[in-house]
Design a protein around this ligand. Structure first.
Ligand SMILES: Nc1ncnc2c1ncn2[C@@H]1O[C@H](COP(=O)(O)OP(=O)(O)O)[C@@H](O)[C@H]1O
Ligand SMILES: [Mg+2]
Length: 310
C-alpha cells in the first residue's frame, strides 16, 4: 500500500515539521498543511506509516471546519489534495483550549494523586476512572516547549491572551465541543476530550490548526463505554499501543509495525471517518497516479499553481 511518510520538496519553504504534519509556505504566502501518514505513539513517531491515516485526518478536519462555520470562521481556503489543506496564515494565539467531558489521561493520573484543581477548574472528590463530568470543562494550557496547565487569570496576567479574547475562545470552544459531541453521539462515538487552537486574522478570532481529529481528540466507542466505562479505549490508537506494549523488548517499544498491524490501524481510521462523515473515504485507485500518494499530491499542487512540474 502506498503511503506518505515525508513530503520533502526544495520548491517550498518548510515552516514547521510536526510529528504528523509538515507545513509549508505557499507562493501566495498562505499556509500549506500536508498531513502525512505518520503515526506517533508513546511520544515517538513510528517508522511504519499507516495508509490513509493522513487523508482521514485531513478529511475529518475539513469536514468539521465546514460543519462548524456557523459557530466560528476558520483558516481553511481549500483542500488541494486528500492530504493537503491550504489555509490562511493567522497570528496564532499560543494557548491550547482543552475541553474535557470525562476524567481520563493525564487528568486522571493527577486526580489519583490527589489533585482536584486543573487549570483553575476544581472537580469533586469521589470520581471514578473515566467518569463523565457534570458538564464539559475547559482546562487551557500554554503552547510552549512543554505545554503547561494554567488558569485563565494567569494566561491573561502572563500576557498570552487578553481577558476579552479568552472569554470568546472559552465560549466558542464549548459551543464547538457540544455541537460535535451531539453529532458523534448519534453515531455511537463519544467525544471524550479535544483541544482547539485559535488565531487572529485582521483582528477577527478564527479557528486554526485541526479540529476533532483522532490526533487532537480522544474518541471512545459508546458501546465499549456502556459495557465498562473503565476499560473504554481510544478507538484509533489504542490497538497500536497495545501491540507495542506486547512486543516490547529490552524495555524498548518496537519502532515499526508489521504489515498486518498497520493494515488493521488503517481499517480503524477508515471506519472512524465513515462513521463520523457518513460516507467512506474516497480512496480511488482508478488511475496510476492515485496509487502513488506523493505523485498524486505533487500533481494536485502543480495543478493549483503551487509547485512547478517536478
Ligand atoms: N492557520 C494557521 N496560521 C498560523 N499558524 C498555524 C495555523 N494552523 C496551524 N498553525 C500552527 O502550526 C503548528 C502546527 O504544528 P503541528 O503540525 O501540529 O506539529 P506539532 O507536532 O509540533 O504540534 C502549530 O503551532 C499551530 O499553532
Ligand atoms: Mg500540534
Amino acid at each position: 500500500m502506498n503511503t506518505l511518510n515525508h513530503f520533502d520538496t526544495p520548491q517550498l519553504e518548510l515552516l514547521h515539521r510536526g510529528k504528523v504534519r509538515d507545513s509549508y509556505r505557499a507562493p501566495s504566502g498562505e499556509r500549506l498543511i500536508v498531513v502525512t501518514d505518520r503515526l506517533s505513539a508513546f511520544d515517538s513517531v513510528l517508522e511504519t506509516p499507516v495508509a490513509h491515516k493522513g487523508a482521514v485526518l485531513n478529511g475529518l478536519a475539513a469536514f468539521w471546519f465546514d460543519k462548524t462555520r456557523h459557530i466560528i470562521p476558520n483558516h481553511v481556503i481549500s483542500l488541494l489534495d486528500p492530504n493537503v489543506t491550504l489555509a490562511k496564515e493567522a497570528e496564532p494565539i499560543r494557548v491550547e483550549m482543552v475541553v474535557r467531558n470525562y476524567l481520563t489521561g493525564s487528568m486522571w493520573r493527577g486526580y489519583q494523586q490527589g489533585q482536584r484543581t486543573f487549570s483553575g477548574v476544581t472537580v469533586p472528590d469521589g470520581l471514578t476512572k473515566h467518569q463523565q463530568f457534570a458538564e464539559p470543562i475547559v482546562t487551557p494550557t500554554t503552547k510552549e516547549e512543554s505545554d503547561r496547565e494554567i488558569t485563565p487569570e494567569n494566561l491573561v496576567a502572563e500576557g498570552w491572551v487578553t481577558a476579552e479574547l479568552y472569554e470568546q475562545m472559552r465560549v466558542k470552544a464549548l459551543e464547538l465541543f457540544n455541537f460535535a459531541s451531539a453529532w458523534m453521539a448519534e453515531r455511537g462515538i463519544i467525544l471524550v476530550d479535544t483541544k482547539y487552537e485559535f488565531g487572529l486574522l485582521n483582528g477577527e478570532l478564527i479557528l486554526i490548526d485541526e479540529i476533532h481529529t483522532p490526533d487532537s481528540s480522544r474518541f471512545w466507542s459508546a458501546e465499549d463505554y456502556a459495557r465498562n466505562p473503565e476499560t473504554a479505549e481510544q478507538m484509533d490508537k489504542e490497538y497500536v499501543r497495545q501491540w507495542l506494549i506486547a512486543h516490547k523488548q529490552d524495555g524498548q517499544y518496537p519502532r515499526a509495525l508489521t504489515p498486518e498491524v498497520s493494515a488493521e490501524a488503517t481499517r480503524r481510521y477508515l471506519d472512524i471517518y465513515e462513521r463520523i462523515t457518513g460516507a467512506p473515504l474516497p480512496t480511488g485507485t482508478d488511475t496510476a497516479a492515485d496509487g502513488d500518494v506523493r505523485a498524486r499530491l505533487v500533481n494536485n499542487l502543480v495543478q493549483a499553481g503551487i509547485m512547478k512540474d517536478a
